[in-house]
Design a protein around this ligand. Sequence first.
Ligand code: FAD
Length: 388
Amino acid sequence: MSVYDVIILGGGAAGLFSAYNLNSSVNALVIEGNSKPGIKIQISGGGRCNFTNLSVNHDDFYSLNQHFSKSSLSQFSNHDFIEIVKKHDISFYEKKLGQLFCEKNSKEIIKMLVDKIGAHKINIHLDESVIDLGYEESFIVKTNKRSYKAKNIVVALGGLSFPKLGTSDIGYHIARKFNHKIVQTEPSLVPFVYDDFSKLAGVSTDVEISVNQKKIQDDFLFTHKGCSGPAVLKISLYWNHGDEVSVNFFPLLDFLSHLMKFKKNNPNKNLIKYLKTLLPDRLVEFLDLPDKSFQELSHKEISSITNKISDYRFTPTGTEGYKKAEVTRGGVSTKNINSKTMESKLQNGLYFIGEVVDVTGLLGGYNFQWAWSSAFVASKSIKEKLNG
Ligand SMILES: Cc1cc2nc3c(=O)[nH]c(=O)nc-3n(C[C@H](O)[C@H](O)[C@H](O)COP(=O)(O)OP(=O)(O)OC[C@H]3O[C@@H](n4cnc5c(N)ncnc54)[C@H](O)[C@@H]3O)c2cc1C
């Protein structure tokens, strides 16, 4: 059996970009379980792939080690990926908050990656599932079809989110087998479940939402099961079961001062009618506020109304789970990985990149950027090792 220089397990965003960054003198192979490479790239961003963000730094990522992503992000930044996209004449635009999307179709990103991998004469074996990884002088990869040997292995097997796209827990299994710790995995960038909101399904509004000292301002959407929208998906990254969430439905103003001033100038106006000029009607009705004119409202009542609007508290009963989660939080512990190379500290030649690692980005192109950056540094390290 010939021995590959490197076998990349998983042909998603990180695996493909790792192969992209090798060259034709490296004897490499990519193994992907799906019938197409980069399926999550294809469906992401409504088919337009939010491939990075104009502003990226380590604070945009959640990990037990908040500093771990720094090295990869500085060795290969968002600007480096943007340059590659430009070089390939892929047109893109900023949607909002620095989020960059393909103008036409995310398949352009996949084609860019696959073409270069083809030019390096690296094969991508599709429809082939990794079952196990062992080590006896070299790595032995077992798939549902055959076995392979390799000097280096890149584990780019992703997380557990969106199981219908062929996800598996094999990346964590391999990590455990080589004595790596796994930080507990949780569905993240995911809608919350909270039955009381079902009557508001379809209502959306701009809010500031907070949990565990993290604050996010963005759109909030009530759903039949609870709530979603960018504000909720983003804050879910910081939420743990049992945590109370606070929502400010009118984040632009000091609402108490605003209502007191309004009362002074408009004593005869009805509170509910006025609030309906500021907030969606169904939300105002849901908040169950006194149907009184401003002059009938005491300062205490106005304070309590303010609390309901600018500090509405609820405790989600859970999330909609991996089925609806964009990413998996947690994963292979960064304690066991060298942040400069993404190589295991416990097993030479074994690399972990992308979502399988305990580094999770916010909504907005950050998870792809982590896939690109971590893939780049792993391939750089492998090339240096093979040349040295
Ligand atoms: C609906 C959706 C939309 C998203 N939109 C965005 C977005 O716009 N911007 C953004 O930054 N992030 C987005 N994400 C997150 C982003 O897709 C992931 O974080 C990113 O793809 C992670 O890259 P990865 O290569 O680590 O994992 P993946 O892209 O998941 O790749 C892992 C690969 O391993 C393969 N695999 C798994 N098990 C096996 C096995 N046993 N054998 C062989 N192959 C296997 C999988 O088929 C997959 O191709 C989105 C995610 C979802 C689900």
